[in-house]
Design a protein around this ligand. Sequence first.
Ligand code: CMC
Length: 444
Amino acid sequence: MPRNTLTVTDNRTGKSYEIPITNDTIRAIDLRQIKVSEEEFGMMSYDPAFTNTVSCRSAITLVDGEKGILRYRGYPIEQLAEHYDYPRIAFLLLFGELPSPSQYSEWNQTLRRHMMVHENIKKFIDGFHYDAHPMGMLMSTIAALSTFYPDAKNTQDPERRLLQIQRLIAKVPTIAAYAYRHRSGLPYVYPEEDLSYSGNFLAMVSKRHEQRYRLNPVLERALDILFILHADHEQNCSTNAMRSVGSSQVDPYSSTAAAIAALYGPLHGGANEMVLRMLQQIATKDHVTEYIKKVKAGEVRLMGFGHRVYKNYDPRAKIIKRLSDEVFAVTGTNPLLDIALELERIALQDDYFVSRKLYPNVDFYSGLIYQAMGFTSDMFPVLFAIPRTSGWLAQWEEMHRDPEQKIARPRQIYMGPDRRDVPDAISSGKQSTASPTAEKVQRT
Ligand code: CMC
């Protein structure tokens, strides 16, 4: 019977240590016993960018990057996207099961009730410059919500936590739509009682002078599917930010703002905006080969390609590619689609991309759909942040319920100068007598 342990021999001392293995993982703290002398701090593991570090146990989302699998609470993303709507998925992520019909109706009512935002939020958004990036407006306005709900500080009370979760999921589309309207110089539109979650967002963004905005059901459903696909993706950069900032027990508006900040970056949720800029820059199919050359020479990155975890086709990209046909049948095709298809065709045959297992990710085709639906490219990361809010909050709630979690505080290897005296201390002859070598071994 094989033992579920790892034997480590420290060649500096010849001593062996037996370290327990659980779920193919060792606990980093078990390495601490490995040391040459008793005064030493003990062994740590060095993992910049957390490429091989597990930070939590989670029951929410599974990503199998080698096989190209994504599941929420065990359900394949393909089935969820085909059969359900986004509010059901948010419920599933948060509570672990799909809602019963009565739970679903109550959940929708709760979300609709919380969709309105305080009137002062308008004044707040009015303060931004006319061309402010909507993601910057969303991030700061979500942070500002903490000042409207001082009860949110009470993060140890599960009922208070649930109330903030409901408020956040419901208010994010309203604030995102307000940011869009401010950018376009249009009056703000209130959410309506009888529209769906994604329908409400579309109406708040698109309504002009008509009495009632007439939603196109294909576009409403397409947006809903995009919301489902973006809802969670386990321990990515923004979720890690949500958990890390939330671990200080700050209110969830502040940690959601931090997660939005992380998502804003071009290597994460900002990539969809960058894909569109890249396609516009390439301009015609004839320039694709030349662009690929630049990518291979390391001058630029092929945006919307590659993933830390997926080493296979991102399952979300497959669904979005199919979805684009339905959207383009309504909106007319996006001329940039041909360039995207050509980029994908060439890249998937090229050894540079094949050997590095670089495939299209969720951001490669989503921007084309958003653009066809009439969104400007700076709204793309915002469209990512709206549904990801439910994922962030499900992860935040799970962290609060996990007795093993504490304030996040990684270690470092200190590489700076040894202890030294400032010039004034040397000239006044008041140098310290502490030995620099004794301090060198102390790691902070
Ligand atoms: N274009 C060209 N080369 C790439 C790309 C790319 N998009 N992505 C990775 N590589 C190369 C990289 O140069 C490196 O090559 P080498 O081994 O010769 O140095 C190798 O592939 C491994 O790349 P890495 O940067 O070490 O991989 P990573 O896991 O740190 O980065 C990534 C993952 C998503 C940041 C990266 O693939 C990337 O920058 N992609 C473009 C931006 C993008 O589309 N981001 C959206 C990610 S999906 C949605 C989300 O989660 O937000």
